[in-house]
Every structure is written in structure tokens, then in C-alpha cells.
Design a protein around this ligand. Structure first.
Ligand code: SAM
Ligand code: F3S
Length: 444
């Protein structure tokens, strides 16, 4: 009996891309029996799932493909595919510039990979589909496969906010929500396989408006959270990413009403300066953001607050940046993803004059990250001496019989315990705050 064909997937970028890569593997396992491998040398099909949110994305893709040429030269029967946002933006140009590429597909056409593969085999020409066929993708995906007690579930695709710096609305299309039933069925299937915690995923999940059967009403994120909490087996719910302009009072109240909603909120603010927020077309002011944070903090004391920041947006002055630092100090974000602004082709901000010198941008980024580290350290230390309910995810990378899991506020805890705890909640006394995690002692 011949062994199944092997698939290697290399993922650039965000959680959304990680989710899509798993789906690519699932689709190809079902259609052609592909088995995923971590070793590119033994793969028959190699996929690159690209991201174009920052940096020199296109160049990164072509230099990766340059490396993969050797691999194809070694066995020309091997196939190479490029998916994700760079594929969506560049389309046919990818196959023209890198003739080793056999398949080009976008985030919304990954479910068509089996058909693209067949077309490639029949025509011996590159097979390309970077269209946006709305929500068809989710109907065509195989049943989800759990890989441990936590799972991501995509509830919507695309983004319609058109922030002036961001390429996502052009590469992933505008916002489209999955129907409520489809989301709930996927989560129930995951729960039956032992998933205890789900993260509801999308570029802007609080724009979620899922259809509810034949009803004319739609379901928003707050209501969706209540439905998900009723699914047997699901004990913890997270969501990411949400946009401050659409962070509603109902969503803040969900932190009071729904104890299964984790004590963690990622709410990207980008800048503390109203002038820069206006130029970014973010649709809220610093004061409005502060008001939302005050409401949600009152709803859930001890909430972990996380954000995204861009430093060095075109025209950002020392004073604009000082306002960002002041906002960080006022709120005390204990976690953040921060980036130097990177002009994205085709976005309005790419036409703005970027007068901020690179070394100033780097210095600002460094300063910002130091402030966040200060609050992160303080936040982790606040757990020492408390007992936390930890969802045990896996044996710890440290080995030595240690287990690793996360508290509701999204911090990793390592502690001594048996493997049999994986997939269960354990009460752990937090004894120490380490560099990026917590240490604890198993109580029960
Ligand atoms: N929906 C989210 C929000 O409310 O802002 C953000 C999703 S975006 C794909 C993820 C993050 O990438 C953004 O929050 C922003 O900080 C960063 N980002 C996007 N475009 C960028 C650019 N051109 N340069 C630097 N960072 C960028
Ligand atoms: Fe990008 Fe703004 Fe949407 S950052 S993903 S356009 S909310």
C-alpha cells in the first residue's frame, strides 16, 4: 500500500492565518488524503500562507519561493501553492514572477484547493483563484478537528473599517459574518472532541451580525457569547480582535453577565493622539476609548487589557507620541502588540509624507515596549499568592513533569502535575512571577 501524500504548510502572520492553515490541511486531507508534515523535504505539496499587514511582505514571499526552487528542482512532481493576503493582492503576478508556483489562492478561496489542484493536474498550468466568494468558504469546509482543549473559531471574514494604514479590507474583502447556526455547530463539534475554551476569531469581531435561521433579526457578538456559553463542555470564551468604535455597552455588560467570558480584552487603540487617530481614520477619540475602558473595567475588575500600537505614523510628532505614552500610563495596558508603521501599497496613508526618521521610530517603539513591560510585570506579580483556575493545555516546554496552562486573564502558568490533567481545569496556587509566565503549585 502506498503511503499518503504529504503536505507542508508554512504560515506567515496572525492567528487568522494559523486558523486558515489548519483548514487548508483539513480540506486536502479530506479530498486527497494529504497528511501534514513539519518536514518540507518529505512533502509532495508545499503551501505558503502569506500575510501582508506589515513589512516587506512581497519580498519575503519571493525570497521564500527562491529557497523552495531547489526543493522543486530536486523533484519537479512536487507542487507549490501560495495563499493568504499577498496572494490575494498579487494574484497571477505571483506565478508570472515565480514560475515554480502551481497554485495561487486567497483567504476566501482556500476551500477550493482540491479543485485548483485538479485543474493544475489537467492543464499543467498554474491554477489561480483569488476571488471573494462571500461566505461559501465555511459551507465547504470539513468538520473541525480539535487539537487539544483550546480552539479558534472564525466567526466572520474581512473588515470594512478601512483604517488609512491597513491593507486587510483589500486583501480579505469586506465584513461578512457566518450564520449563527454554522458557528454554534462548529463549536459543539469541537466541544464533543474535548475542547473547553474557544476563541471567536475575526478582524473585527464586534461587527459580527450572524443571521439566525429565517428570522429577520441578526445576532451580535454579545448575544453570540451567551449562546456559546450554553454549549455543553465549553467553559471559557475569548474573542479577538475587536474594534473600539464598535465596542458596545452590551459587550461590556457581557463581562458581568457571562462568567465564562475570559478576563482578557484585546482592544487595539493604535495611538493616544486624537490628531493621529483622525489621520488613521479610526473613528473614535482618546476620550471615547477611555470611557469604554472604564465601563468594561467596572464590569470585570482585574481584567487583562491588551492593545495594538503603531508608532511613527506619518507626521507623528514628539507630542503625539507623548500622548500615546500618557494613555498607556493612564490605562496600564498589561499586554500589547506594537509595530513601527509600515506603508502598505494601495492604502491612503501610503500617500502621506513620512517625515519621521527611522531611528526615532525605533526609539519610540523601544520606549513604548518598556512601558508595557512595566505594567505586564506588575500585572503578573499581582497573581502571586492567589488561587487560579487553570485550563491545562499541554506538558510544559520545560519538561520535567511540568504542565502548562492559562488563567482566565491569558497568562501562562507552569506547575508540577500529571499528564492526565491535560484538558481539565485545575486549581493552582500562584507562587512566583517569572519572566513571561507564572509558576504555581497544584492544589486540587
Ligand atoms: N481589527 C483590528 C483593529 O481594531 O485595529 C486590527 C487588525 S490588524 C490586521 C492587526 C494590527 O496590525 C493592527 O492593529 C495594527 O496595529 C497593525 N497594522 C496594520 N497595518 C499596519 C501597518 N501598515 N503598519 C504597521 N502596523 C500595522
Ligand atoms: Fe485593519 Fe482597521 Fe480593519 S486595522 S483589519 S482596517 S479595523
Amino acid at each position: 500500500m502506498s503511503s499518503p501524500p504529504k503536505l507542508y504548510v508554512l504560515t506567515h502572520g496572525c492567528q487568522m492565518n494559523e486558523y486558515d492553515s489548519v483548514k487548508m490541511a483539513d480540506v486536502l486531507a479530506k479530498s486527497h488524503g494529504y497528511e501534514r508534515t513539519q518536514n518540507a523535504d518529505e512533502a509532495d505539496l508545499l503551501l505558503l500562507n502569506t500575510c501582508s499587514v506589515r513589512e516587506k511582505a512581497q519580498e519575503k514571499v519571493f525570497s521564500e519561493l527562491g529557497r523552495w526552487k531547489q526543493w522543486k528542482d530536486a523533484d519537479p512532481r512536487r507542487l507549490i501553492g501560495v495563499g493568504g493576503c499577498v496572494a490575494s493582492q498579487e494574484g497571477e503576478a505571483i506565478a508570472r514572477r515565480a514560475p515554480i508556483v502551481d497554485l495561487v489562492f486567497g483567504p476566501q478561496t482556500l476551500h477550493r484547493l482540491p479543485a485548483l489542484l485538479e485543474t493544475r493536474r489537467e492543464t499543467s498550468r498554474p491554477s489561480i483563484d483569488v476571488s471573494f466568494p462571500e461566505i461559501e468558504k465555511f459551507d465547504a469546509l470539513p468538520a473541525p478537528r480539535a487539537e487539544g482543549p483550546t480552539a479558534f473559531v472564525s466567526i466572520m471574514e474581512g473588515c470594512s473599517k478601512y483604517c488609512s494604514f491597513c491593507v486587510v479590507p483589500y486583501t480579505r474583502g469586506t465584513e461578512i459574518s457566518r450564520p449563527l447556526d454554522s458557528v454554534l455547530v462548529e463549536i459543539a463539534q469541537l466541544a464533543e472532541q474535548g475542547v473547553r475554551e474557544v476563541t471567536l476569531l475575526g478582524q473585527n469581531v464586534n461587527a459580527y451580525r450572524g443571521t439566525m435561521g429565517d428570522s429577520a433579526e441578526t445576532c451580535d457578538l454579545a448575544l453570540l457569547i451567551h449562546y456559546v456559553a450554553r454549549i455543553p463542555g465549553i467553559e471559557r470564551i475569548r474573542f479577538t480582535t475587536s474594534h473600539p468604535a464598535e465596542f458596545t455597552d452590551a459587550l461590556a455588560d457581557a463581562f458581568i453577565e457571562e462568567p465564562k467570558l475570559a478576563s482578557y480584552l484585546h482592544l487595539p487603540v493604535q495611538s493616544g493622539s486624537d490628531r493621529i487617530l483622525g489621520m488613521m481614520k479610526r473613528g473614535y477619540t482618546r476620550a471615547a476609548y477611555l470611557q469604554k475602558i472604564a465601563r468594561v473595567r467596572a464590569a470585570r475588575p482585574g481584567l487583562s487589557l491588551s492593545s495594538d500600537f503603531i508608532v511613527g505614523f506619518p507626521g507623528e510628532t514628539d507630542d503625539d507620541f507623548a500622548q500615546t505614552i500618557a494613555l498607556i500610563d493612564e490605562i496600564g495596558f498589561d499586554c500589547a502588540f506594537s509595530f513601527v508603521y509600515s506603508p502598505r501599497p494601495g492604502t491612503p496613508a501610503a500617500n502621506l509624507r513620512d517625515g519621521v526618521p527611522a531611528e526615532i521610530k525605533q526609539a519610540r517603539l523601544h520606549r513604548l515596549q518598556e512601558r508595557i513591560r512595566h505594567f505586564d510585570d506588575r500585572f503578573r506579580e499581582s497573581f502571586v499568592g492567589t488561587t487560579q483556575s487553570v485550563l491545562v493545555e499541554r506538558p510544559s516546554r520545560r519538561g520535567g513533569g511540568q504542565m502548562a496552562g492559562r488563567v482566565s486573564a491569558n497568562r501562562v502558568v507552569n506547575f508540577d502535575g500529571p499528564d492526565s490533567l491535560v484538558g481539565h481545569f485545575a486549581d493552582v496556587l500562584i507562587t512566583e512571577s517569572a519572566a513571561n509566565s507564572l509558576r504555581g503549585r497544584l492544589l486540587a
